[in-house]
Design a protein around this ligand. Structure first.
Ligand code: 9WO
Length: 253
């Protein structure tokens, strides 16, 4: 899968391409990332990429021309790419969107802004969608672009070392993760839940699913409301709610 990135700070992406899952996916030719720097498309001696905002106010705005030429070059190398601008004004980027992108295989062209943002005419002419990774302002779109790249690339088949890990993810899609343990079975007086030490894989699967449901109910009930539950999940959730009712009764006594 192909990814193009328009950025004034290409060196930042070494964090993603030098080690880890994304680096491995690139090494295996499952993903390809090409960087395009608007500064390389400037025409003045100072290589100017920003200018003062019309209407006044603090800060600077990324100029149209160098950005436009970087985008045009990227689109020539990646025809039909979906053009995304990373900004807090965008629609929320979530696991569902990451999955849809990975499954579509459509090339992505991500634009990372700097300063107070880009000349709006770049967005009007080139951008298909604006994506936000959360409600906060950073000093640029690069970290958001890296978040998107990491979340999508790990979903490309073959990107994860362990073939089951992605499978595991989809098993509890839309729920929070269950707790994990590794050896030793007792440390600082804390033990590993006994079901995990028994070898009954269906009992273990059930326990993990129930833990995931419990955590989601306690920490992110909004996620439960927007997810369809299977009959098994409904049953496990009912058990949790019944158990929490019992716990309250015990407290009152
Ligand atoms: C800077 C600023 C300064 C004073 C008053 C208002 C201001 N808004 C901004 C601003 O939004 N700067 C952005 C920095 C311009 C576009 C790139 N930047 C950015 C992208 N910060 N945070 C993101 C981002 C992207 C995706 N998801 C979450 C945040």
């Amino acid at each position: 899968m192909r990814f193009d990135l328009v950025t004034l700070m290409p060196a930042m992406f070494a964090a993603l391409t030098k080690e880890g899952v994304v680096a491995r996916a690139i090494g295996r030719r499952l993903a390809e990332i090409e960087l395009w720097n608007p500064r390389d498309y400037t025409k003045d001696v100072h290589r100017t990429v920003d200018d003062r905002p019309y209407g006044g106010g603090p800060g600077m705005v990324m100029k149209y021309q160098p950005l436009q030429q970087a985008i045009e070059s990227a689109l020539k190398a990646s025809p039909g790419a979906r053009v995304i601008y990373l900004s807090p004004q965008g629609v929320r980027f979530d696991q569902q969107r990451a999955k849809a992108v990975a499954e579509s295989g459509q090339p992505l062209l991500l634009i990372a802004g700097r300063y107070e943002g880009v000349d709006e005419r770049v967005i009007d002419r080139y951008v298909d969608e604006e994506w936000s990774i959360g409600d906060y302002v950073m000093s640029g779109g690069e970290l958001a672009a890296m978040v998107v790249l990491d979340a999508v690339i790990r979903l490309i088949p073959g990107a994860l070392g362990d073939a089951d890990s992605a499978q595991q993810d989809s098993f509890m899609d839309g729920l929070l993760d269950c707790p994990h343990y590794t050896r030793p079975d007792e440390i600082d007086g804390m033990t590993v839940p006994s079901v995990l030490q028994g070898g009954n894989h269906d009992v273990i699967r059930c326990w993990r699913l129930q833990q995931a449901l419990k955590r989601t109910l306690e920490r992110r009930p909004d996620l439960l409301r927007s997810r369809k539950l299977s009959a098994e999940e409904e049953k496990l959730l009912a058990e949790i709610i019944a158990a929490s009712g019992d716990a309250e009764q015990t407290q009152e006594q």
